[in-house]
Design a protein around this ligand. Structure first.
Ligand SMILES: CC(=O)N[C@H]1[C@@H](OP(=O)(O)OP(=O)(O)OC[C@H]2O[C@@H](n3ccc(=O)[nH]c3=O)[C@H](O)[C@@H]2O)O[C@H](CO)[C@@H](O)[C@@H]1O
Ligand SMILES: C=C(OP(=O)(O)O)C(=O)O
Length: 416
C-alpha cells in the first residue's frame, strides 16, 4: 500500500497547475450514457475515481477513447444496464448511472452504494424523485431495480439539498416526457458544469445555477464537446497548504468565479490573495489566524474543505470552532492530527481547536479523501518526518498531489 513520506518545515514557492474537478468530471462522464453521439471531454483529471467510473461505463458497452486529459465517449452500443456492487462499492458516484440508463433505456439495475467512512450517505431522494417521474423501483439483494418505458416530467422537491441527487434527477429529466421542475436543487458549480454540458447536448434547462431547475424533456440528446471546470477543492487545498507552511505560490488554470466562502476565510487566516481570472497568487508569512465556520451547501463553506482548514487552524495563534453539518462522521482526521501535537476536542458535530505553535511529525493514517489531504498539509507544517499511510484515498481525488507539491518546494515522496 503506497504511503507518503513528508519532511516538514519547507516553505512553498512557485506555480501549481490545477486539474479538472473530480466532482464535475464523474457526473459528466455518466452523461455519456444519455446519447449515441460522441462526447468529447477535455480537462478530465487523472484520478483513480475517473478510472473506476470509466471501467464501469465500459462494462455497459460505452466506448471510451482516452488520451491523457482528453476522453471521448460513445454510447451508440450499450449492451448492459447494470452497475455491479464490485465497482459501486469503491466509488459512490457510480449511482449517477441510474438516471441516465433509466431515462434512455427504460431500465437499470444499480447496486446501492451504502455508506462510507464519512457518513451513511443514503440515496432515498434519488429514488423518491425517479418514482415521482413514474419509475417503478424495487430494492432487492442490495440492488436498485428501476423500470419505466418513458419517464414523465414532475415537480420534485427534495427533503434536503443533495448534489448527486440533483445531478441524477437532472440527467433523467432531460429525456423525460414533458416538464420537470427540480425545487431545492443544489447550486454547486459542479452541478452547473453538468447542466451546461447537457445544454450543449441539446437539453432544455432553465434556471442553471439557481435552486430551481426547469427541464423540458427532449426525444434524444446529441454529442458535444466540453472542458470540465477547474477543481475549486483542489485549488483551495493548495491555498491551505501555503497558509500552513508559508510561502508564495501561483495557482494556474483555476476558475476564480466559482469559489465559495472558503476564499474569504483564507483572507481571514492572513493569506494575501491576488485573484486574476484564471490565476490566484497566494502569499503567507507568520502564523495563521484562527477561523471558525460551519459547513453548508454552496455557496456556503464546503464540507470538502473542512479537514484542510482544520490543518491550518491547529497552527493558528488562537482558538476556533468548526461545525460539520453535512456528514455525521467527518472528523476522522482529528485523532490523527492530535498525534502530531494538535489540540482538538470534539463534541457531537463540533470540533474545538486550540492553536499550537509547533507540530511534530509522526506516522498517521489517512481515513478518507479530504482527511488525507489535511494530514499531508499538517505533515508539511510539522517538524521532522510524517508518514501518511493509506493514500489510496488521496489518489481517488487528487491528481499526483505529491508531484505538484514537490515542484513548489515540499519535501514529499511516495513510498511504494
Ligand atoms: C450538499 C453538500 O454539501 N453535498 C456534498 C456531498 O455531496 P453528495 O452528493 O455526496 O451528497 P449529497 O449532497 O447528496 O448529500 C447531502 C446531505 O443529504 C443527505 N442525503 C442525500 C441524498 C439522499 O438521497 N438522502 C439524504 O439523506 C446526505 O446524507 C447528506 O447529509 O458530498 C460531496 C463529497 O464530499 C460534496 O462534494 C458535496 O458538496
Ligand atoms: C468525499 C468525497 O467524494 P465522494 O462523494 O466521491 O466520496 C469528496 O469529494 O470529498
Amino acid at each position: 500500500m503506497d504511503k507518503l513520506q513528508i519532511n516538514g518545515g519547507k516553505r512553498l514557492n512557485g506555480d501549481i497547475p490545477v486539474s479538472g474537478a473530480k466532482n464535475a468530471a464523474l457526473p459528466i462522464l455518466c452523461a455519456g450514457l444519455l446519447t449515441g453521439g460522441d462526447l468529447e471531454l477535455s480537462n478530465v483529471p487523472r484520478l483513480h475515481d475517473v478510472r473506476t467510473i470509466l471501467k464501469l461505463l465500459e462494462q455497459t458497452g460505452l466506448k471510451v477513447t482516452q488520451d491523457d486529459e482528453r476522453v471521448t465517449l460513445n454510447g451508440a452500443n450499450i449492451t448492459s444496464l447494470e452497475a455491479p456492487y464490485e465497482l459501486v462499492k469503491t466509488m459512490r458516484a457510480s449511482i449517477l448511472v441510474l438516471g441516465p440508463l433509466l431515462a434512455r433505456f427504460g431500465e437499470a439495475k444499480v447496486s446501492l452504494p451504502g455508506g462510507c467512512a464519512i457518513g451513511s450517505r443514503p440515496v432515498d431522494q434519488h429514488i423518491k424523485g425517479l418514482r415521482q417521474m413514474g419509475a417503478e423501483i424495487t430494492i432487492e439483494g442490495g440492488y436498485i431495480y428501476a423500470k419505466c418505458a418513458k419517464l414523465k416530467g414532475a415537480r420534485i422537491l427534495t427533503d434536503m439539498i443533495t448534489v448527486t441527487g440533483t445531478e441524477n434527477l437532472l440527467m433523467a429529466a432531460t429525456l423525460a416526457e414533458g416538464e420537470t421542475v427540480l425545487e431545492n436543487a443544489a447550486r454547486e458549480p459542479e452541478v452547473t458544469d453538468l447542466a451546461n454540458l447537457l445544454v450543449s447536448m441539446g437539453a432544455k434547462i432553465e434556471g442553471i445555477g439557481t435552486d430551481r431547475l426547469v427541464i423540458q424533456g427532449v426525444e434524444s440528446l446529441h454529442g458535444a464537446k466540453h472542458a470540465v471546470i477547474s477543481d475549486r477543492i483542489e485549488a483551495a487545498t493548495f491555498l491551505c497548504a501555503v497558509a500552513a507552511t508559508g510561502g508564495d505560490i501561483v495557482l494556474r488554470n483555476t476558475r476564480t468565479d466559482i469559489f465559495d466562502v472558503a476564499l474569504d476565510k483564507l483572507r481571514e487566516i492572513g493569506l494575501q490573495l491576488d485573484v486574476g481570472t484564471d490565476t490566484i497568487r497566494a502569499r503567507m508569512d507568520g502564523r495563521p489566524h484562527p477561523v471558525s465556520f460551519r459547513t453548508t451547501e454552496y455557496p456556503g463553506f464546503p464540507t470538502d474543505m473542512q479537514a484542510q482548514f482544520m490543518a491550518v487552524n491547529i497552527l493558528a495563534d488562537g482558538s476556533s470552532r468548526v461545525t460539520e453539518t453535512i456528514f455525521e462522521n467527518r472528523f476522522m482526521h482529528v485523532q490523527e492530527m492530535n498525534r502530531l501535537g494538535a489540540q482538538i476536542s470534539t463534541e457531537g458535530n463540533t470540533a474545538f481547536i486550540k492553536g499550537v505553535d509547533r507540530l511534530v511529525g509522526a506516522p498517521v493514517m489517512a481515513t478518507d479523501l479530504r482527511a488525507s489531504a489535511s494530514l499531508v498539509i499538517a505533515g508539511m507544517a510539522a517538524e521532522g518526518t510524517t508518514i501518511v499511510d493509506r493514500i489510496y484515498h488521496l489518489d481517488r481525488g487528487y491528481d499526483r498531489m505529491e508531484v505538484k507539491l514537490s515542484a513548489v518546494g515540499a519535501d514529499i515522496v511516495r513510498i511504494k
